[in-house]
Structures are given as structure tokens and as C-alpha cells.
Design a protein around this ligand. Structure first.
Ligand SMILES: *[C@@H]1O[C@H](CO)[C@@H](O)[C@H](O)[C@H]1NC(C)=O
Length: 334
């Protein structure tokens, strides 16, 4: 029989409690380490951080900017990083989107180190990056972004687009302050594009009508959250056509309560209309064009071009006439 001195009991209990606590602390610490490791390793970038910041709910961004790029366009991405993305706005989150299926090991390594360095790549492992998969790329991207991020608006543009993000944010505030409860589909619209039957953008199974439905051309357009959500939720049953912008116009066609905002300040057609100081987005720029446009914008304190010029005419979209008559080009419009 052990005989414990009663006056030793509290001391013994306290020692045992301390040992128990120490062990629990070690376990808790180990769990934390494993959790953080798994989090960093497997969740998409920023997910861990935003979860921590807002304890469970997603951090809300005003604008998500998706810049469609391709594996080898590092120079373009770096140019955008140091030009129009250089002034980092905390409410804006940007991603360069790249399909990485079947890329070469060297390309994969380069992309991995770029991803680590800049933390702004959205890599799509199940997408082969090519002209022919652009629509799928946009669809996968909208799905991924909808799944992992909360935001008010989304911009889709290309890595040869120059975007004045602060102007977009200002215009969005203005649009919202009008108290509209409508969804926003904002860009440079075309309603009279005839279905292409040859060339890189040919549509072999567009059988709905002679023209595409009105759509915002692909060099840059903006969608409000609910439109992205609609597309993301229906991604599996949507018909994909060759052109991503044509497809988005088609997907959003049946929705009520949507404002299709045609804006001549979006120089987002497949060929640039020239240079105007009114432009918010300019498309089809070479790396050199983009650098000099940005330099000029900085030194001139807000003008894009030393001399405005026009390569082709523009139009105000007329929504009161049939789409085939929507878009009469005139020389007085930027
Ligand atoms: C749209 O077309 C109608 C009919 O031709 C015309 O009366 C109207 O002024 C046009 N609106 C715009 C904004 O061009």
C-alpha cells in the first residue's frame, strides 16, 4: 500500500497538470505547423492569408483583373507589372492566367519561380494554352475565381492591353452611385459581326443566326459579380464557341436586368483604333508601345498620346435599331 502524505497531494497535482499542459501545447503546436504547411502547399495563393484575415469569410476585392497570358509571355507580364499594375491598389487583385497542360519542363520551372516571385499567376493545369482553347480558358478562369474570391467586378483583358485601372474604379463608383440595381456588362459592343466561316476565329457550329449576338469585344470588358456567378455555376452546360468574347455575349444574352454599357473609351477591338487621351483601355500594344505609353502617361500627368491619331473610325452603339444597324462608324468618335 502506498501511503501519500496529504500535504504533498496539491504539489503532485500541480506537477501533473503542468506536464499535461506542456504536452497539449506541443501537440497544438505540431498541429498548427502541419495545418500551415498544408494550407500553403495546397490551397490557391492568397487563400490562406485571406482566410486568416477575415476569419473564415473571403476577403472582398473591388475588382479582379484577369490578364490572359501564355507560358512564354514573361516579358509582356513584366511590362504590365511595371507599367499599369505598378501602382498597386489594395482593392484590386490581378492574375495572369496561363494554361499549363503539356508545357515543357523548362517552361514549368520558369513559371513556378515566377509564381513564387510575384504571387500573381493563375495556372490552369487542365488547360492546354492555345488559340483554340481561349473560351475554355475564360470559362475555367471565371469558375476558379468565383470559387476562391469574393469581388464586386471582374475585368478580363489580354497581356497586350493597357488599362487605366484607377479610371475603371472611378467609373464603377460613379455607375454604382446612380443606385442602379442592374448587372453590368461594360465594354465596346459589336452587334453586327457576321459569323466567321474561315480564319483563326471561324465558328463551325454557330447555327443560331447570321450574326453573333451583341458582345463586348475581347481586348477588355467588365462583368459584375452576379454575371460571373451565373457563368461559373452553369459552366458545365454552356456551349463553347471559338471566340471567347462572342461566347460571353451569348452566355449572358438571356439575362434580365443587365446593362450593356457600350463605351468608346474601350479601344478593345482586334485592331486598335489609334490613340486617344480618352481611352481607358488600349489593346494590341507591343511591349515597346506599352512602355512608351506608360512613360508618356507618367510625365504628361495623365495624357496617353503625344499626338492623338486614328487608324479606324468608331461608333456609338444604337440599341434602338436592329443589331445589324447598330454600329455605324463615324470620324468624330474616338
Ligand atoms: C438610333 O437610330 C435611330 C433610328 O435611325 C435614330 O433616330 C437615333 O438618333 C439613333 N440613336 C443614336 C444614339 O445614334
Amino acid at each position: 500500500m502506498t501511503y501519500l502524505r496529504l500535504d504533498l497531494m496539491p504539489k503532485l497535482q500541480s506537477i501533473m497538470r503542468r506536464r499535461f499542459l506542456a504536452r497539449t501545447n506541443v501537440l497544438a503546436f505540431l498541429f498548427a505547423v502541419v495545418f500551415v504547411f498544408l494550407c500553403v502547399r495546397y490551397l490557391p495563393e492568397r487563400e490562406c492569408q485571406s482566410n486568416r484575415q477575415t476569419s473564415g469569410s473571403k476577403l472582398k476585392h473591388r475588382l479582379i483583373a484577369l490578364i490572359l497570358s501564355s507560358p512564354d509571355n514573361l516579358e509582356r507580364r513584366n511590362t504590365i507589372r511595371k507599367t499599369w499594375l505598378a501602382e498597386h491598389d489594395a482593392t484590386v487583385k490581378h492574375f495572369f492566367v496561363i494554361g499549363t497542360q503539356d508545357i515543357l519542363p523548362e517552361q514549368r520551372n520558369t513559371l513556378q519561380s515566377e509564381k513564387q516571385k510575384f504571387d500573381d499567376l493563375l495556372l490552369l493545369p487542365r488547360l492546354q494554352d492555345s488559340y483554340g482553347t481561349l473560351t475554355k480558358k475564360v470559362l475555367h478562369t471565371l469558375k476558379a475565381v468565383h470559387e476562391h474570391y469574393d469581388f464586386d467586378y471582374l475585368l478580363k483583358c489580354d497581356d497586350d492591353s493597357y488599362v487605366l485601372v484607377h479610371k475603371i474604379l472611378k467609373e464603377l463608383d460613379k455607375w454604382q452611385s446612380k443606385g442602379t440595381k442592374r448587372e453590368l456588362y461594360w465594354g465596346f459592343f459589336n452587334g453586327r459581326a457576321q459569323v466567321k466561316r474561315s480564319g483563326p476565329w471561324k465558328e463551325t457550329d454557330w447555327i443560331l443566326c447570321d450574326y453573333y449576338l451583341p458582345y463586348a469585344v475581347g481586348g477588355g470588358y467588365i462583368l459584375s459579380y452576379n454575371l460571373v456567378e451565373f457563368i461559373a455555376k452553369n459552366a458545365d452546360i454552356l456551349k463553347l464557341h471559338n471566340s471567347e468574347d462572342v461566347s460571353v455575349g451569348l452566355w449572358l444574352a438571356p439575362l434580365a436586368n443587365i446593362e450593356r454599357k457600350h463605351d468608346v473609351r474601350f479601344d478593345t477591338e482586334y485592331r486598335s483604333r489609334g490613340c486617344s487621351n480618352q481611352y481607358i483601355i488600349t489593346h494590341k500594344l507591343t511591349v515597346q508601345n506599352m512602355l512608351s505609353m506608360h512613360d508618356y502617361y507618367q510625365t504628361s500627368l495623365g495624357a496617353l498620346c503625344p499626338k492623338e491619331f486614328r487608324n479606324r473610325m468608331s461608333y456609338q452603339y444604337n440599341w434602338t435599331v436592329p443589331p445589324s444597324q447598330c454600329c455605324n462608324r463615324q470620324s468624330s468618335i474616338p
